[in-house]
Design a protein around this ligand. Structure first.
Ligand code: HEM
Length: 142
């Protein structure tokens, strides 16, 4: 993978300290950021496509979806340096069937570092490492 050992350590260290115990909150925040940035994409989510953004954090279907994604990302993060790319690639078929492409995955992954900086105590090195990881993971999905 195109991440240095120091970048992998920064991402894993921050995740273990600041995210692992708050998976639901982190998942909720990442998708709120995503849907504010790309509002039309809420149409992909049949189970909460009509729910206004301000109400999503208390919507059970939204919370289930974000927990599913962040729990998967938890495995991906543990796999940085080994099978992280393969784990991301494994999600391509199910998403392509819904019209969701690597473009969408890239959009989401690029926002993760931003959210971690704004709300989950990430230092500049971790944010920068996430910027690289987003590109590396998307490249591995192609
Ligand atoms: C890091 C990026 C992402 C990960 C790890 C991820 C992971 C998952 C997982 C594990 C599921 C459950 C079904 C399955 O295993 O395929 C799922 C479902 C889904 N994902 Fe993603 N996803 C990501 C990004 C996205 C993006 C960017 C979108 C849309 C813009 C999206 C839309 C959906 C939808 C619509 C479903 C089905 C929800 C339902 O059950 O109604 N995902 N995703």
């Amino acid at each position: 993978m195109g991440l240095t050992g120091a970048q992998i350590d920064a991402i894993k260290g921050h995740w273990f300290t600041n995210i692992k115990g708050h998976l639901q909150a982190a998942g909720d925040s990442i998708f709120i950021k995503y849907l504010i940035t790309y509002p039309g994409d809420i149409a992909f989510f049949d189970k909460f496509s009509t729910v206004p953004i301000y109400a999503l954090r208390s919507n059970a279907a939204y919370k289930a979806q974000t927990l599913t994604v962040i729990s998967y990302l938890d495995k991906v993060i543990q796999g940085l340096g080994s099978d992280a790319g393969a784990l991301m690639k494994a999600k391509v078929p199910s998403h392509e069937a819904m019209g969701i492409t690597t473009k969408h995955f890239g959009q989401l992954l690029k926002l993760v570092g931003v959210v971690f900086q704004e709300q989950f105590g990430a230092c500049p090195e971790t944010v920068a490492a996430w910027g690289v990881a987003a590109g590396v993971l998307v490249a591995a999905m192609k």
